[in-house]
Each structure stands twice: as C-alpha cells, then as structure tokens.
Ligand binder design. Structure first.
Ligand code: SAM
Length: 284
C-alpha cells in the first residue's frame, strides 16, 4: 500500500502508516508525514505527551494510542483489529519507528494478517550521524545501543571487530566515556566519531582515537543525544591525507608528540616521521 495514488483530502485507505518524525529540528518533518498525520484516523505512539506536543506544533488533533512492542499480546491484537478498518500512523518519540524503537512486532503481525503497511522515509539519527562523520559509508553496520555492562560491552565489540564496515551505535552522554574506554581496549587503532545533538543548536561531530576523545569528554562531559561511529579496520597503511587528518584530530586534545605516539600506535607508521609531520601541520 502507498498513499501516492490516494487523492489529497480523501480518507486514507485503512492500514498501518510508519511515519518518521524529526530528531531535534522540527523543520525536518516531511510534507508527506504532515499529510498522513493530518488524514489518519489515529496515531499510535510511544509517549502520548511527546507526540501530543509534535501534533500541536503541526496544528493537528488526533486520537493518540500508546503502543510499545512489550505491550500485552491482547493489546496488540486489539490494535491490529482497529487497523483493519482505520488508517493508523505509527510514530516514535523521534526519528524512524523501529530503529531502536517499538514497532517491529506490530509490522510483523500486520504483514502476517495481510493488513496493508507503508513506510514514510524521514529523519534517522544513525544515517545522519554516518553522513556527518565523514567515515567510510560504502558499508556500515548499525548495532543499536551497546550493552550496559562492561563485560558484555567488550564482548559485543570483540564480536564486531572483524566486520569490514563502519560501525554505528546509539549512545547516551552518561555512558559515552565507558564506551570509549572499551573501544580503546578492544579496537585501539580505529578512528572514532562522536556525533552529538544532531540537527539541534549545539550539533557537533568530533573525530579522533579513543584516548584523545576520552580526554576531551572527561574535561567536557557530553550532554544530549549521541551517535557513536567506529571506522572500519584498515588492512593497509593509511594514506598521507588520512594520517594528516588523524594527527589533526589528535592534536585538538593533546601535544604534537603525544598525537604522533597515538597515531603511530594506531597505524604502525613511524613515530618520528609522524612527529615531524605534526610539527609541520601545527605551523601551517
Ligand atoms: N528511532 C530513532 C532514530 O531513527 O534515530 C532512534 C531512537 S533511540 C531510542 C534514541 C537514540 O538515538 C539516542 O539515545 C541517540 O543515541 C540517538 N539520537 C536520537 N536523536 C539524536 C540526535 N539528535 N543526535 C544524536 N543522536 C540522536
């Protein structure tokens, strides 16, 4: 099912409409999302207060039904029965439903029951973080949130270490330092990007190796929402341009000699040559 052929102002065909919403900047709502939210019969959401605010901002008033994948089977069955005869939009608090958010079970069950489902593209922090980071994006693996416990976190990183792709994680401010520490232990040579508060007033994207980023965020405790990205394994020495970039990143938080030592450790390049280059970069 798609709404593409459904005339504007007409009632929508009954079914489930997956609607992405902004991840910070309200300007990122799509015209199609506004149209579907305006014309649907009800909105299923994670938190009625959060979605209520968004709809109010858009001047839309709809019945709001709370939904999460852990809801009782009976509640989901009731929702599915409603979707048979109504157009229901599913939104999460922010971003694309189901990406580390509820919805999977609902979509799976709707498909199994032959209920029409369509998905509207829109903001997703993982994708925006990837494009913002400048890390290789020809192959990437989104792995949601890292486990909370130290041992499980290290095990997950070890399991992913051989994956030939940029790794993308969701992260929170209070846990960032622990994750950077684990990355330093398991993948010390990998370039990391921390994309914080994407699309918001204090958006920043900081790149470096784990030691440098730990030093920075230790001194500047990170606030807000974070996408943590880890570059792919390098099976060859980095290009001169890549090595220069690593030195520049490292020198944001440490002296040239320390930066050279860290980049040498990460890349296997000669420490003295890196130090000489770091001094050149400093005077550029
Ligand atoms: N479904 C959402 C999406 O499509 O991006 C993600 C929901 S998940 C519960 C929330 C996590 O997404 C946050 O903890 C953070 O890691 C990431 N996130 C959401 N908004 C973000 C933003 N504006 N900047 C950076 N990370 C963000």
């Amino acid at each position: 099912m798609s709404d593409a052929a459904q005339p504007l102002n007409d009632r929508l065909t009954p079914g489930l409409y997956l609607v992405a919403t902004p991840i910070g900047n309200l300007g990122d709502i799509t015209m199609r999302a506004v149209d579907i939210l305006s014309r649907c019969d009800a909105v299923a959401c994670e938190d009625t207060r959060v979605t209520g605010k968004l709809l109010k901002h858009l001047g839309i008033s709809k019945p709001l039904w709370r939904y999460d994948d852990h809801s009782e089977h009976r509640d989901r069955s009731r929702l599915i029965e409603s979707i048979r005869t109504r157009a229901v939009a599913l939104v999460s608090d922010a971003g694309t439903p189901m990406i580390s958010d509820p919805g999977y079970r609902l979509v799976n069950d709707c498909r199994a029951e032959g209920i029409p489902v369509t998905s509207l593209p829109g903001a997703c922090a993982a994708v925006v973080g990837l494009t913002l980071s400048g890390l290789p994006n020809d192959r990437f693996l989104f792995a949601g949130f890292l486990p909370v416990k130290d041992k499980a976190r290290r095990e997950t990183l070890t399991e992913l270490s051989a994956t030939n792709a940029t790794l993308v994680f969701y992260e929170t401010g209070p846990r960032l330092l622990k994750s950077l520490k684990a990355l330093g232990e398991v993948l010390p040579e990998r370039e990391i990007a921390v994309a914080r508060e994407i699309t918001k007033l204090h958006e920043e994207c900081r790149r470096g190796l784990s030691d440098g980023l730990m030093a920075y965020y230790d001194a500047n405790p990170p606030k807000g929402e974070i996408v943590l990205l880890v570059g792919p394994p390098q099976d060859h020495a980095p290009s001169d341009a890549d090595a220069d970039q690593m030195l520049r990143d490292a020198m944001q938080t440490m002296k040239a000699s320390q930066a050279a030592g860290q980049v040498a450790k990460a890349t296997g390049l000669d420490r003295k040559a890196l130090y000489a280059r770091a001094m050149e970069i400093k005077t550029e």
